[in-house]
Design a protein around this ligand. Sequence first.
Ligand code: ATP
Ligand code: MG
Length: 421
Amino acid sequence: MVDLLPAVTATWQRIEASAREHFRRAGINEIRTPLLEVTELFARGIGEATDVVGKEMYTFLDRGERSCTLRPEGTASVVRAAIQHGLLSQGPQRLWYGGPMFRYERPQAGRQRQFHQIGVELLGVADAESDAEAIAIAWDLLADLELGGLELELNSLGTLDDRARYRAELVAWLEAHREQLDADSQQRITTNPLRVLDSKHPDTQAVLAGAPSLHDALSPESHERFAQVRRGLEALAIPFRLNPRLVRGLDYYGHTAFEITSNQLGAQATVCGGGRYDGLVQQLGGPATPAVGWALGMERLVLLLSQAAAKGAELSQSAAPDLYVISRGEAGAQQALLLCRLARQAGLIAERDASGAAFAKQFKRADRSGAPWAAVLGEEEAAEGVAKLKDLRGEQAERRLPPGEVVALVKQSLAACGRQP
Ligand code: ATP
Ligand code: MG
């Protein structure tokens, strides 16, 4: 565990301030949970057979003889808190957290026993565009820090059924090649076979070139969902590389899984990792709630930025969006996502309704959000490459404009009433 001395905290603050600003623009609110949880939460949430639960947790009995664990990650705690406080009955929750995590690992550059993460959890969103949105928020945050050499790796883990089918196929194949695998991987054949794919062992990796691919085991529905996520990323011009071996270390992921890696970090290359975890909320005793999220490792970012000059951090509160974006259908959702991103890049606070609900319902939420403007993207608008821009507070007539002009007009109207985005 390491001390953070004044020489490096400015870099930390710069990253934190930048992350806060990105979250503010995306309407993502902070949640802070205790560092200590009952052990059961992680055993149930992360999975007994994972490295984290199996051998990395700081677990002890407190004076009341309860088994406690210093949190090894943030998602399980955030989901617990959301369930416990009934947040999930209040509609989708867009949350972020930051702070120390604890894992008993072998310390090395970019790997500590106390380390820090910043993470985002979008709870209650099922659409593929939300996966693309979550990834875009991480991607844009890292891009703003001007880090070169980053790559987005993407995979689909399919559904539980897909994985069960694949698991059987993979185990049979691994058994047949047992002798050629490293000792760790041999053990994982029974405990957590998918994790073998993720082995860092070069010989094992070479053998795995011939293993059956999870991609081939996906159902047609899973394939289509994955294609939709990829189309979402393509619409945002975010480059990615498909990596069919990317499985992530925690059991709760399904469908989208991704990592953002740097070519400047040596062995500890992953800066950010995440994906979809539709089953976790229910598994922890909450209502069925689809969700997608990610976490990035602060130490690895700081390593990348270690020479960077300190920048003044301007902290800000979450505010009503400047623009609320409503859509229907995949093409509409994709255009909505694109418009939100444009608006955010221009310094506006943009919120996208991801519910896919009837327009009337989405309008109600637009009103409640306090946004002065709503942009509407139905199939017709999406096909035309325009959005319908509605003045929610004043008297201006509705207009059909391309995304760039929507952003310009909203910015102009804010400047006219003296607010500089
Ligand atoms: P790795 O394969 O590097 O062990 P992981 O899959 O265990 O990563 P996650 O649990 O997804 O990582 O955590 C997200 C991010 O947190 C990682 O990509 C990494 O940047 C950071 N991270 C994880 N464990 C550590 C650690 N022990 N020290 C520093 N950073 C870490
Ligand atoms: Mg790990």
